[in-house]
Write a protein that binds this ligand. Sequence first.
Ligand code: NAD
Ligand code: TDX
Length: 333
Amino acid sequence: MTAYLVTGGAGFIGANFVRLLADQRPSTTITVLDALTYAGSRTSLDGLASPRFAFVHGNIRDAELVDQLVAAHDVVVHFAAESHNDNSLRDPSPFVDTNLVGTFHLLEAVRRHDRRYHHISTDEVYGDLPLTGGDRFSESTPYNPSSPYSATKAGSDLLVRAWVRSFGVRATISNCSNNYGPYQHVEKFIPRQITNILDGGRPRLYGLGANVRDWIHVSDHNEAVLRIIDDGMIGETYLIGADGEADNLTVVRTLLHLMGRPVDAYDLVPDRVGHDLRYAIDASRLRRELGWAPQFTSLEQGLSQTIQWYRDHQEWWRPQKAATEAKYAATGQ
Ligand code: NAD
Ligand code: TDX
């Protein structure tokens, strides 16, 4: 039995990871450590039960709790973070506390107890690319984060690298592009627009909708994370992406089309400050060295599945919708 400690397991990607692990690895136990911030939802883990599963309501900044939990597990997978760029522009403080200080406490515990550690990060640590041209991020792209969110994620990655080199911590890092799929908070782009449309409202596009993101289905991301935990080289970084580049306007028009609305039934709203233009991932190292390939190769197919999930799980997202839109209203977005 391998014992996994998953931080942030009540969030979007973490909850999907826990479900994947529970399904695919019968000889594991899984403990989730999650503070249940506004972004965490205990119901995302409904159906998982002891003896294989345990939920600990706690904070990664609680060094004593983190130490006890790390000591009792074999593998630590660290998803917990403040994850939304727009929130980091309103108030960066929890981003520093959780993403930097929380990661520090985990690394110190992993060092003391010599545990295998996998660090979940983002392609945003590399900054952005020009809108036109074929450049993509690779493992050797220099760090150049733009927002308080991406700066704290970049800082946490660098802590991991330093703990590997200085203390021999057995860690790997993955930097993934934009995820979509079930259980994503309605503050994020795709679920915000789907739930606006389900509510009879209109999608809200920042600026002119020209910014490009490299979309990957959350299950493809998590399959890659499992490969890296199993077979990744200690101390190494792997980029995860599924060749899913699309500009925001195209995504909105696709959603409107799939949901039976006129494709121009959206609103343009004030742009995000410092809005990164384009992200694009070259995942050839992951494909070549670890044999990973995405299952969702068409964005339209993945979006259809995701729309259906939000239609079928209104009880999951409705409680968060009004408060989320109230936050956006304050900036006219
Ligand atoms: P999320 O906001 O949906 O979930 C974050 C989870 O962490 C929540 O359950 C929250 O309660 C928990 N959490 C926050 N602060 C905590 C603390 N101090 N202690 C314990 N738990 C805490 O985020 P997500 O989209 O699932 O992202 C997960 C990870 O993946 C993050 O590290 C993020 O940077 C990274 N990532 C996300 C994407 C994406 O597109 N969403 C892409 C690449 C990487
Ligand atoms: O209402 C919106 N309208 C809009 O046009 C929202 C919420 C977003 N946008 C744009 C901004 C971005 O160009 O859509 C794009 C995607 O926005 P987000 O969902 O906020 O994602 P992004 O800022 O790209 O960051 C995401 O990917 C990398 C995750 O939130 C991060 O956690 C991850 O690290």
